[in-house]
Write a protein that binds this ligand. Structure first.
Ligand code: ASP
Length: 292
């Protein structure tokens, strides 16, 4: 097989990468592989921050965000606050392929999914519902707000393709209608055929405020390695948004340059990610970047 590289966020990134790699081996396109890999995490009920099984918003219903970007042609599609569909990455891909628009939200996104023949299903799992009912008793903010979310974000690189995608249920108990970084091109993901791609996870409100992934790609365009660009972009976020107690926002970013080199950085300790170089899959763990 030609040289390829696949990478995905968090421990569940292993599942996404394994599925995507299997698809590539069977001769699938990078976009099909990316969609299948992310679908696997979306459909895994035990993952409480992505797709079916994701924890709901404060009103008790699940709103899902996802986006996909194909560096070739600079194409993208996204959905935000989507209700009733378990595989938002697939709906996002359809937005990219059939509409002139970059992002659909809420009822419009659901309407489009229906029109496209996606099956409408329950997205609140029994376990997520149980946790919400317990939370509703106290309505306490999550004990550790930084612990109440995660995104599956994946990049697939081959010598002639770069595709990136991400999917999340966002922050648990979020305000209805809240949209994080994941469906926002430039914030949660970005790709440029001549430069490379980046995908983020972490506190999506903060990631959006600094347009994190477009910064990573811009820094690579200015000549930085993927690793330098990830570090510099996370440092920028820490510089701009560390709170008065000295705590930086939680954020992590993965990047692949157009030459196939890889970078990862995080504002906090032990960020796990999966990496497949076409030969073998390894799980990495990134230490927190030191503040300047
Ligand atoms: N970035 C996602 C959001 O804020 C969650 C995460 O990746 O942890 O919606």
């Amino acid at each position: 097989m030609n040289r390829i590289l696949l990478t995905a966020t968090w421990n569940f990134g292993r599942l996404a990468v394994e599925r995507a790699f299997n698809m590539l081996e069977l001769g699938a396109s990078a976009l099909d592989a990316l969609e299948t890999g992310i679908n696997a995490v979306e459909m895994d009920e035990s993952v409480q921050s992505v797709g079916y099984g994701g924890l709901p918003n404060r009103a008790g219903y699940v709103e899902l965000d996802a986006a996909i970007m194909d560096a070739r042609g600079h194409r993208s599609g996204a959905v935000a606050a989507l209700r009733g569909f378990r595989r938002p990455i697939s709906v996002a891909r359809r937005v990219m392929e059939v509409l002139p628009h970059a992002l659909l939200v809420g009822e419009g996104a659901a309407e489009f999914a229906r029109e496209q023949g996606f099956e409408e299903e329950e997205t609140l799992s029994p376990e997520a519902s149980e946790q919400w009912l317990q939370w509703r008793e106290t309505q306490a903010p999550p004990a550790d707000v930084e612990d109440s979310h995660d995104t599956v974000g994946m990049i697939i690189w081959t010598p002639d393709t770069i595709v990136v995608g991400c999917s999340t249920s966002g922050l648990k108990w979020k305000y209805p209608g809240r949209v994080g970084d994941s469906p926002i091109v430039g914030a949660g993901l970005y790709a440029d055929e001549e430069v490379g791609a980046a995908v983020a996870t972490g506190n999506g409100d903060e990631i959006s405020r600094v347009a994190l992934c477009s910064r990573v790609v811009f820094l690579m365009e200015r000549g930085m390695s993927a690793q330098e660009a990830c570090d510099e972009a996370i440092r920028y976020l820490m510089r701009k948004r560390t709170d008065s107690s000295g705590t930086p926002p939680h954020a992590a970013v993965l990047a692949v340059r157009a030459d196939g080199s890889f970078g990862v950085s995080a504002s906090y300790a032990k960020f796990p990610y999966a990496l497949h170089d076409g030969q073998s899959l390894t799980m990495g763990e990134r230490e927190a970047l030191e503040p300047e």
